[in-house]
Write a protein that binds this ligand. Structure first.
Ligand SMILES: Nc1ncnc2c1ncn2[C@@H]1O[C@H](COP(=O)(O)OP(=O)(O)OP(=O)(O)O)[C@@H](O)[C@H]1O
Length: 513
């Protein structure tokens, strides 16, 4: 599970108990009160110490001093408003007044569950078969109650009557509404962003719909499993393989950045391999639309973000420190991922979030790069993993040879070669074919997953594939949910998710099936 800090920052002061505080590095400069997190052991560790970051508990962190809780400029905090900003796109709620049935061509009954592929913060991802066409899809389910109800707890933190003032209650309500709006925005952002994208290294969204208890995204099934799974099998990957996947991820990130989208959750669990061994990015639940330029200090429309969000091992230091950040944070995460593929672990690891965060914050310049890597790998890691984002490689700007980049080189002879695609580690990459998608269509990637039967999902972790899905995943609506939420609340909840339903265009569907 990703950790999403910003939505819980305000509630922390009420939740703070000694029991939440944990042991930290002795030399840590960070006050324990600043980062109270659960000390529960992290589920999902394997014998090699590699563990899934997606199974982490939510981390509660105090809002760093001076940081702003700013989202995109179109942000609306009013849930009762008929217009709400979703991932940077303004949608009118009245356009889909019911729970999506009237314009909905698909629903849960159209699909037969096959097995569980993964589990995230708000629900499971299940391999399903279309009952009519027999085609396989990955169905991502998000429980509405998980998205909506968390907030109520934050707003009612056992404050005694004497302590409760009207002002306090009101301020809690506003914070609670703001946090809820953010979670709903993020839920919509994933659908909105995926529905607008078509790239060979990005997962495809075919349908979205919802019922009383859940939201469903019907995605292209990527059968080769997570890069995480293959890294776990092999420990580390050789430099040519790393360069290849690094290049494919870069193409996807560059494509997103050009569209004003920052991905914010790059990690091995979100990099899947398709059946030909090419990398496909999934999980756009943390992506943000509305970021146009990302050149710090430039006279351009720089849209900065402030939400503290991501997975700590792969998260840029400026995000963790609550500083404004831009699309450049994704290139830092790429550095962490390249490091992980080469070394077998990301640059900063620890037994819990607190230790990881302390290590990242304490480090003055950037991660230590192992001596045994090639000079080319050392060089690229050094520039991507710079702690100071103004010194970090501005990959979007120096993506390929251009007039602008040449000028910079001439101006200062001492300046290193800044062109990303020309870096030595990418010397075997045919960027032209990779960028236009021909490479992905016509050749195999370096790790071709073993697939004997697509329905077996043999490249996915048994922890997930052996999970049961019959309990509540395929009942509509769930009994537990019916009992937990009264009719009025259910109606309100459905109103919050108006406009979620989506169907890809006929030509898009034909192209991929
Ligand atoms: N299209 C897909 N094809 C195959 N497997 C998938 C697909 N999408 C997701 N998965 C599997 O399900 C897992 C969880 O999916 P995803 O990351 O989208 O969920 P999430 O709730 O956002 O998770 P998290 O809380 O970790 O961010 C993935 O790591 C992957 O193993």
């Amino acid at each position: 599970m990703i950790f999403s800090l910003d939505e819980e920052l305000e509630s922390l002061s009420l939740n703070k108990t000694p029991g939440n505080a944990i042991e930290s590095d002795n030399e840590s400069p960070i006050d324990d009160n600043f980062l109270p997190v659960s000390s529960k052991p992290i589920f999902g560790s394997d014998s090699r110490g590699r563990r899934r970051s997606s199974v982490y508990e939510k981390l509660q962190v105090m809002k760093p001093t001076g940081s702003k809780n700013l989202e995109i400029p179109t942000f609306s905090t009013s849930l009762s408003s008929s217009v709400i900003s979703r991932g940077g796109v303004i949608l009118n709620l009245s356009e889909d007044g019911n729970i999506g049935i009237k314009d909905l061509s698909r629903n849960i009954n159209d699909f037969k569950p096959v097995r569980v592929l993964g589990k995230g913060a708000y629900g499971k991802v299940i391999l399903v078969k279309d009952k009519k066409s027999k085609k396989l899809y990955a169905m991502k389910q998000l429980k509405k109650a998980e998205i909506v109800i968390v907030d109520d707890n934050n707003g009612n933190n056992n404050i005694s009557d004497s302590e409760t003032t009207i002002a306090h209650t009101l301020s809690q309500k506003i914070k609670s509404e703001t946090n809820l709006t953010k979670r709903i925005e993020r839920t919509f952002a994933e659908k909105v962003i995926l529905s607008e994208l078509e790239h060979p290294n990005i997962v495809k969204l075919f349908y979205a719909f919802h019922d009383h208890s859940k939201l469903y995204l019907i995605l292209q099934y990527i059968p080769g499993g997570e890069l995480f799974f293959h890294l776990k099998e092999q420990g580390t990957l050789n430099e040519d393989v790393v360069a290849f996947y690094g290049a494919e991820i870069s193409c996807a990130l560059k494509f997103l950045h050009e569209k004003g989208i920052v991905y914010r959750d790059l990690k091995p669990e979100n990099c899947l391999l398709n059946y030909t061994g090419h990398l496909v990015l999934t999980d756009f639940g943390l992506s943000k639309k509305g970021v146009k330029k990302e050149i710090p200090g430039a006279d351009e429309d720089v849209a900065e973000l402030y939400s503290i969000i991501g997975t700590p091992e792969y998260c840029a230091p400026e995000i963790l420190e609550g500083l404004p950040y831009t699309q450049n944070c994704d290139w830092y995460s790429l550095g962490c991922l390249i490091y992980d593929m080469l070394v077998g672990k990301p640059p900063f690891v620890g037994a819990n979030h607190k230790i990881i965060l302390n290590k990242i914050k304490k480090d003055k310049t950037g991660a230590k790069i192992p001596y045994y890597l090639s000079d080319g790998m050392k060089d690229i890691l050094c520039w991507l993993l710079k702690k100071d984002c103004s010194k970090r490689w501005d990959v979007d700007k120096y993506w390929k040879e251009s007039q602008h980049s040449k000028k910079i080189e001439k101006k200062n002879k001492k300046e290193r070669v800044l062109i990303f695609q020309s870096h030595f580690i990418f010397r075997k990459i045919n960027w032209f074919l990779m960028e236009n998608g021909d490479l992905q269509r016509t050749s195999m990637g370096p790790i071709v997953p073993l697939i004997t039967d697509w329905e077996l999902a043999e490249n996915f972790d048994e922890v997930f594939t052996s999970m049961s899905y019959t309990d509540d995943e395929f009942e509509m609506p769930s009994d537990t949910f019916e009992n937990a939420v009264d009719i009025k609340e259910k109606k309100n909840m459905n109103d919050l998710f108006k406009g979620f339903s989506y169907k890809a265009s006929g030509s898009y569907l034909e192209r991929y099936f």
